[in-house]
Ligand binder design. Structure first.
Ligand code: IMP
Ligand code: MG
Length: 182
């Protein structure tokens, strides 16, 4: 049977991870994180825009109540090569001596995460760790790896469950991969 396909901005995508698989994995990660952060002064920092659905599902499933502050990295369209610390928006709360958990939708080259961690470490938190839904190990050009990763995927472009192609495709419950014909 052929896989379910959708079309976004003239491109074809087919299902890579079903919503059932994603939900199951999100519940596993939330159970792990609930144990890891139980009794700790924790601040969860989901990175907008892509992590909004992952963060909402994951955090609501966790057994612990923590402070949550969404952060955003202002970037120029078409630029993927990281950011200037001045372009980090939303880190208003004090993080010194607190346990920081960054939530990312996907770690691709790792550049964004590596710079973000560098910036957060300047504020002397008790710890900084990262949970991401998707990790592309082949694309990673840094020595930074997520501490908690939902799925390791090939180095292909994906959308859905928060991830976008030119701003579209975030709403889908499944995750789809770009179909390259031929
Ligand atoms: P990195 O700095 O290369 O790790 O890129 C991280 C950011 O690029 C992610 O937070 C996403 O916003 C975006 N990104 C990387 N790969 C994909 C993809 O396959 N689909 C959609 N967005 C992606
Ligand atoms: Mg992102």
């Amino acid at each position: 049977m052929s896989k379910k396909r959708i079309r976004i901005e003239g491109r074809e995508f087919e299902v890579l991870l079903s919503s059932r698989r994603i939900s199951r994995r999100v519940r596993e990660i939330s159970a792990t994180l609930s144990e890891e952060y139980k009794g700790k002064d924790t601040l969860i920092l989901p990175v907008l825009n892509g992590s909004f659905i992952f963060a909402a599902d994951l955090i609501r499933d966790m057994d612990i109540d923590t402070e949550i502050s969404f952060i955003k990295i202002a970037s120029y369209r078409g630029t993927t090569s990281g950011f200037d610390p001045a372009e980090l928006i939303g880190l208003g709360t004090d993080i010194r001596n607190r346990h920081v958990l960054i939530l990312e939708d996907i770690i691709d080259t790792g550049t964004t995460l590596s710079k973000l961690i560098g910036k957060i470490l300047e504020y002397q938190p008790a710890s900084v760790r990262t949970a991401c839904l998707l990790f592309k190990p082949e694309a990673n050009i840094t020595n930074i790896k997520p501490d908690f990763a939902g799925f390791e995927i090939p180095n292909d472009f994906v959308i859905g469950y928060g991830l976008d192609y030119n701003g579209y495709g975030r709403k889908y419950k499944d995750i789809y991969v770009l179909v390259t014909e031929g």
